[in-house]
Design a protein around this ligand. Structure first.
Ligand code: TYD
Length: 133
């Protein structure tokens, strides 16, 4: 299973709405070193198209719907992120592609390391070679 969903603790009521939260360590398998979010992405646009050598991440879509496809070099799996109370846990050496499916969709990512371009593999053939090692 490439798709590893986690439940995010959620407090809610029909009168006043919902609040979801997670803490690290405790709720996550890593310390959070960085949080980033992607928004204003046109419907149908594709992002990602890379893998990380060392980074672990939790992907959350707090609003809208984003289809994420994961690839470990052997197989591919897709999942629709459209529930703010669910997170997609992603380890290293997983190629990911994200397609924005609804207007206004937001992707929030909690990451285990600061930004480092050297941690990216942006060439799919290079990824396949590294994944096979
Ligand atoms: P990228 O991770 O490729 O975004 P996506 O997977 O959504 O397509 O990053 C896009 C650009 O933003 C790239 O030039 C690197 C830069 N960037 C940072 O400077 N800091 C960050 O924390 C992130 C995630 C990206």
């Amino acid at each position: 299973m490439l798709v590893n969903m986690m439940d995010i603790r959620t407090i809610g009521s029909s009168e006043s709405g919902s609040l979801s939260f997670f803490e690290a360590p405790g709720d996550l398998p890593f310390e959070i070193k960085r949080v980033y979010y992607t928004y204003d992405v046109p419907v149908g646009a594709k992002r990602g198209m890379h893998a990380h050598r060392n980074l672990s991440q939790i992907l959350i879509c707090p609003h809208g719907a984003i289809e994420v496809t994961l690839d470990d070099g052997n197989s591919r799996e897709s999942v629709m992120l459209d529930d703010p109370s669910k997170g997609l846990a992603l380890g290293s050496m997983i190629w990911r592609e994200m397609v924005w499916c609804e207007p206004g969709s937001v992707l929030v990512v909690a990451a285990s390391l600061p930004y480092d371009e050297a941690d990216y593999i942006r060439d799919y053939d290079e990824f396949l070679g590294a994944a096979a090692v």
